[in-house]
Design a protein. Structure first.
Length: 300
């Protein structure tokens, strides 16, 4: 877990560049990562981190201590988990195109797919196998009847089987979204999905994770309430790609975490016996009321 907001006892929040590692044994514990001497990224929130082999790649984000357009970052960094050293990456090819935050990045076999509010007719790909890595702007084919996902942020993009599934999010202005799309990775073509079943409420800043090769889990998030403020969600839904249907999750055990948005969600490397997915959830906040520091594991 890298970066994000840290809230002080007086409720003052500030960005950080800290990294924390979770160990599951003994009930679970967090340890602050000791960075090696040398350059390192500045504090930021709303960035994206993905793992490729033994490295963690950090892309973009927003430094809330800065003002104006310069607060939004367009840098790319690589963190080695062997010695915890940072390297700033200057890719060949395209440029990110300006600072980005509240976007999504997904790693698939060494290729990082980046979906931002600017990528309506393309998607950015960062090929980590080349030296230096190659950033490319890849055209996408729209759905023949629905086009492509409209501009948004705070959505989710998750690899499920041979495609990327996009859900929800918030535009710069206007109502939040609850639409569902799939980008086929072989053809880079979009398809808008129209699932059966009880659809999740529109939302942003939720957690999403693949369950096996054909299902998507969505947990929590927030939406605009009747007063215009953010209302938190504490529910969970599973989308079955093969059945093209949503189903609401009925939790057992300790139940789901309390309603929140902007939490961190990470599938653990090995699921526990009898489960397909163990999803670690940490932190998040109830907008302008409370910031959370608890950790939960959802097993499916």
């Amino acid at each position: 877990m890298i970066g994000g907001y840290v809230e002080q006892p007086d409720k003052k929040r500030e960005g950080t560049n800290e990294a924390w590692a979770f160990a599951r044994g003994g009930g679970g514990s967090w340890d602050l990562v000791p960075y090696a001497p040398g350059p390192q990224p500045g504090p930021r929130i709303a960035s994206q981190c993905v793992s490729v082999g033994e490295d963690v790649w950090l892309i973009g984000g927003w430094d809330p201590s800065q003002q104006g357009p310069g607060a939004f970052q367009d840098d790319i960094w690589r963190l080695s988990t062997k010695d915890w050293s940072w390297t700033r990456v200057e890719p060949q090819g395209e440029k990110v195109g300006g600072g980005i935050s509240r976007f999504q990045a997904v790693a698939v076999d060494g290729m990082i797919y980046i979906h931002t509010h600017r990528t309506s007719d393309h998607i950015l790909t960062l090929d980590t196998s080349t030296s230096p890595p190659t950033l490319a702007r890849r055209p996408v084919q729209p759905d023949t009847s629905a086009g492509a996902p409209s501009a948004r942020g705070l959505h989710s993009v998750t690899r499920v089987g041979g495609g990327l599934v996009l859900f929800g999010g918030a535009p710069q202005s206007g109502p939040m979204m609850g639409d569902l799309w799939r980008l086929d990775l072989s053809s880079l073509s979009w398809q808008q999905l129209s699932p059966a079943g009880p659809a999740p409420h529109v939302r942003c800043s939720h957690i999403a994770a693949a369950v096996g090769d054909s299902k998507l889990l969505v947990v929590g998030g927030a939406f605009y309430g009747s007063s215009g403020g953010l209302e938190m969600l504490g529910d969970a839904f599973v989308y079955d790609l093969e059945k093209n249907a949503w189903d609401e999750v009925v939790a057992s055990g300790d139940g789901l975490p309390s309603p929140r948005n902007a939490a961190v969600g990470l599938p653990l490397a090995r699921a526990s016996e009898g489960h397909v997915l163990d999803l670690l959830i940490h932190g998040g906040w109830r907008a302008f009321v409370e910031t959370y520091a608890d950790s939960h594991i959802i097993s499916i």
